[in-house]
Design a binder for this molecule. Structure first.
Ligand SMILES: [Zn+2]
Ligand SMILES: [Zn+2]
Length: 231
């Protein structure tokens, strides 16, 4: 459908965009052909519509950097965890940080089916894929490069989305939760702050299945973490 010259222009644009973005993703490894192939495979595997495929191709620029980063991710995603200043006064306290790291791992793997997370308390921040800095002073969690600064640890899945280059669905803060830039058939997503799972567009870019959404373990882990928070 799209001409070859069109595809070349798009690729050139993406390469420039990623180079200027300063993000952590390896956008240079992306190719529009590989993305279109992923989209076609997902369409066939999960019975998506022509309209969905058209939307995905038209919105490729939103997802190219995530597609590249997810394709290049290590088999095990090591996350180094530390507190910004002092230990959070969880009540009840965790038996040890191992139990705490396990809960975070369960929470993360619920939103990223097929990804294997390994949370390491005070792990090596140079060799890690991303770092959690927990217990920041204000309720304004954010990601900066591979560092994820968390007030509530349960926002991790959203902030890790940024580490792997996902954009918000909303263009401005006032549009949070309005379902902007959603593919046909979807209305909610982690990156629109309306769900604890990803929409089909984000999933396709991340390379996670569209048909796995058993959130029981994740929900239990989130409830456990939140129940211990002192604030
Ligand atoms: Zn965000
Ligand atoms: Zn999404």
């Amino acid at each position: 459908m799209r001409s070859i010259s069109c595809a070349r222009h798009l690729l050139l644009f993406l390469a420039l965009f990623v180079a200027c973005g300063g993000g952590g993703g390896d956008g240079g490894g992306s190719s529009s052909g590989a993305f279109a192939e992923r989209v076609a495979n997902y369409k066939a595997a999960y019975g998506k519509t022509d309209a969905w495929e058209d939307w995905m191709i038209a919105n490729q620029a939103r997802y190219a950097a995530t597609f590249a980063a997810s394709s290049a991710r290590p088999n095990t995603i090591n996350i180094s965890f530390r507190y910004e200043t002092a230990l959070i006064a969880y009540a009840p306290a965790w038996a040890d940080e191992g139990e705490h790291m396990d809960a975070l791992e369960t929470m993360a793997e619920g939103a990223y089916p097929g990804y294997f997370f390994n949370f390491i308390f005070e792990g090596n921040t140079n060799t890690s894929y991303a770092n959690v800095i927990a217990g920041i002073a204000t309720n304004n969690s954010y990601a900066s490069g591979k560092n994820v600064y968390l007030y509530y640890e349960t926002i991790f899945n959203h902030e890790f989305g940024h580490v792997i280059n996902l954009p918000h669905h909303y263009d401005s803060v006032g549009d949070i939760g309005n379902g902007q830039h959603m593919p046909p058939g979807d209305t909610t997503c982690i990156m629109d702050r309306t769900s604890n799972t990803y929409c089909s567009a984000c999933r396709t870019a991340l390379g996670i299945p569209l048909d796995i959404s058993d959130t029981t373990d994740m929900d239990n882990a989130v409830a456990d973490i939140l129940s211990r928070y002192p604030y």
